[in-house]
Ligand binder design. Structure first.
Ligand code: ZN
Length: 108
């Protein structure tokens, strides 16, 4: 009792959702989750791994290159998710689609 799922919540965030823990991510995480997606979780977990290699090797150029690439990957992921949010808004506001129609279109 008391559990009333709102399947078609509009833009407002559902209760229990919070900002994704990856810094800069424009998305929210589902209730009880830290990240919006497994890709954010994956990228965040790479940071300590790459940092450890940098430290252990005295910042060998190869390790530093991996670090720089990781930062680029992180920024690119943020840019993609922001652009994807704009696609979602355009689909609803300008293309006359419902969230379900967009989800169907995105299904690979
Ligand atoms: Zn995220």
């Amino acid at each position: 009792m008391g559990d009333t799922p709102t399947k078609r919540g509009r833009r407002g965030q559902s209760r229990g959702r919070s900002k994704c823990a990856r810094v800069g991510c424009p998305r929210t995480a589902a209730a009880g989750r830290e990240y919006c997606s497994s890709v954010c979780h994956f990228v965040v977990n790479l940071y300590p791994a790459v940092e450890n290699v940098c430290r252990a090797t005295g910042s060998d150029p190869v390790a530093v290159e991996a670090w720089a690439s990781l930062v680029t990957l992180n920024d690119a992921l943020t840019d993609f998710l922001k652009a994807d949010n704009r696609v979602y808004r355009a689909a609803l506001d300008r293309w006359g689609m419902t969230p379900d129609q967009l989800a169907e279109l995105r299904r690979a």
